[in-house]
Design a binder for this molecule. Structure first.
Ligand SMILES: CC(=O)SCCNC(=O)CCNC(=O)[C@H](O)C(C)(C)COP(=O)(O)OP(=O)(O)OC[C@H]1O[C@@H](n2cnc3c(N)ncnc32)[C@H](O)[C@@H]1OP(=O)(O)O
Ligand SMILES: CC(C)C(=O)C(=O)O
Length: 509
């Protein structure tokens, strides 16, 4: 059996640190469940001391995750560690991940601590965490700009104090593969205690080397890789999980290691994250970009027609990108729909299934065939289920190239139907203004975009609406074969998220 490389997913923690990528509680739970389906080894669900909302989200994730280790980040403060423990203690396999910076620049200007004080604090806090649990990760923030001898000393002390995973992060994406390989090898030679624990790396992508550096680290002895779906994360992001998993899977000849990732869940994880955050993947992104398996030019198409391997080094199926021949349509019932969902790896509760089935029927009414990608879209894009304080009943638009667009929108709220009329610059603008009147609040529309989920004239339109209110951003998604309807649904979805999050905040405070 080849050596296992553990995949530590930090989409819910470092990933959430990407501007515009914050997620509400339900979204975090939905993503965490998907991460478990993807079979990551560790889910870093947040930073408990960052806010009561973060603590609650980690706690809820810890409560629903069945097999995977759930971690919370914590500074080397007793209070942070207490909160991290409070957040993860109900997990089947809890971990506390504590960190302190070790580079001269961070110690002097940020922490304002001497190297000796940093070392003492790290050791003391690992011992403190040890009173709660045995699974403790210690990270030396900005390790790659730290002194090797200092790192060897601090690692020896925290390992003796009980740390079971030692992370050597490239916090600012500064190192290169060759340098990182030598750096880790040198630390290992100076700190034999590292042979008793997992060596982890956490690479940022400031120079676009996050994945390459992680791979170099594996060759130098790392057994845990910290990464995120779609490579999201602070600044230029983190090493991308899907790229690491597919390199390790595709190039077993040079990386003879085992990874537990179910690669068939990669595409779904990527799409779910994009749908939650509203941040789309660039088309040429490796593995999950829209063009990653597309062949445009004649010579390539000719080659692929004769033998796919002429231009494809992995199959689309291996990342879960495939069209199943068994097609569902408007005559399909709940059983067939549920069977299909289960076969696709979804595990919806009764309420979620009912809601997804209703949406499936709506889509099936408009499309001849509902394919797996449509179902993914129905379940994962629309199923960011927040309570529907506002529910679209119907709308009528009067629009043309010589008249001002007028929208009449009927929305069900508080057990009654409210109807408003508004004019605007085009049908979508008019409809949004009518909804704004119903909500009774001026909302800033920060962004609107439309994508086709599938191809053809009956393609599902996937609308994203970004609303800003009181400094918060709310992302709504809407699906329909009609682009105005998709947009209206996305707007209403964003409003419902806003209401839901406001209620959550009131409950917490
Ligand atoms: C590399 C990384 O990704 S690290 C993780 C980054 N993630 C986050 O920062 C999560 C969001 N952060 C927050 O919500 C807030 O920053 C909090 C709640 C964590 C702290 O907020 P505040 O108490 O207001 O402090 P603020 O963020 O302004 O400054 C950080 C403080 O932590 C100290 N600190 C930073 N890292 C560490 C550490 N690893 N161990 C101990 N202390 C630390 C700083 O020296 C500073 O201390 P000071 O207040 O005594 O000057
Ligand atoms: C806390 C650590 C692991 C981190 O996020 C970093 O170094 O970037």
């Amino acid at each position: 059996m080849s050596k296992l490389i553990k995949i530590f997913d930090t989409t819910l923690r470092d990933g959430e640190q990407s501007p515009g990528c914050s997620m509400n509680l339900k979204e975090k739970l939905q993503l965490a469940r998907q991460l478990e389906r993807l079979n990551v080894d560790i889910i870093e669900a947040g930073f408990a001391a960052a806010s009561p909302g973060d603590l609650l989200a980690i706690k809820e994730v810890a409560g629903v995750i069945e097999n995977t280790t759930v971690a919370s980040l914590a500074r080397t403060h007793k209070d942070d560690i207490d909160k991290a423990w409070e957040a993860v203690k109900d997990a089947v396999s809890p971990r506390i991940h504590t960190f302190i910076a070790t580079s001269p620049i961070h110690m002097e200007y940020k922490l304002k601590m001497s190297p000796e004080a940093v070392m003492d604090r790290a050791e003391e806090m690992v011992k403190y965490a040890k009173k709660y649990l045995s699974n403790i990760e210690f990270s030396a923030e900005d390790a790659t700009r730290s002194d090797v001898d200092f790192l060897a000393k601090i690692f020896t002390r925290v390992i003796n104090a009980g740390a079971t995973t030692i992370n050597i992060p490239d916090t600012v994406g500064y190192t290169t593969p060759e340098e990182y390989y030598d750096f880790i090898s040198k630390i290992r030679s100076k700190c034999p205690a590292l042979d008793k624990v997992d060596i982890s790396v956490h690479c940022h992508n400031d120079l676009g080397l996050g994945v390459a550096n992680s791979l170099a680290a594996i060759r130098a002895g790392a057994t845990q890789i910290e990464c995120t779906i779609n490579g999201i994360g602070e600044r230029a992001g983190n090493a991308s999980l899907e790229e690491i998993a597919m390199v390790l899977n595709t190039r077993k000849d040079i990386y003879p290691y085992t990874v537990n990732i179910d690669t068939k869940q990669i595409m779904r994880s990527s799409e779910l994250l994009s749908s939650i955050t509203g941040v789309k993947v660039q088309p040429n992104k490796a593995i999950v970009g829209a063009n990653a398996f597309a062949h445009e030019s004649g010579i390539h198409q000719h080659g692929v027609l004769n033998n796919k391997e002429t231009y494809e080094i992995m199959t689309p199926e291996s990342i879960g990108l495939h069209e199943n021949k068994l097609v569902l349509g408007k005559h399909s019932g709940k059983h067939a729909f549920n069977d299909k969902l289960v076969a696709m790896g979804y595990n919806l509760d009764k309420e979620e299934l009912a809601a997804a089935f209703t949406r499936f029927k709506e889509v099936a009414d408009k499309k001849k065939e509902v394919h797996e990608r449509d179902i993914d879209a129905i379940v994962s894009r629309q199923n960011i289920a927040v309570p529907k304080e506002f529910e679209l009943e119907r709308f009528v638009i009067n629009s043309g190239n010589t008249i001002t667009s007028t929208a009449i929108v009927n929305i069900r709220t508080n057990n009654r139907t409210v109807e408003k009329v508004a004019t605007g610059d085009g049908p979508i603008d008019a409809a949004f203004k009518a909804i704004e009147k119903i909500v009774g609040r001026k909302l800033k529309l920060e962004d609107w975009s439309m994508d086709a989920v599938t191809e053809g004239k009956d393609a599902l339109g996937d609308a994203t609406v970004k609303l800003r209110d009181n400094g918060h951003v709310y992302i709504g998604r809407g699906l329909s074969t009609d682009i105005v309807e998709a947009s209206v649904k996305a707007y209403v979805n964003a409003v419902n998220k806003m209401k839901f999050e406001e209620k959550q905040e009131q409950e917490i405070s």
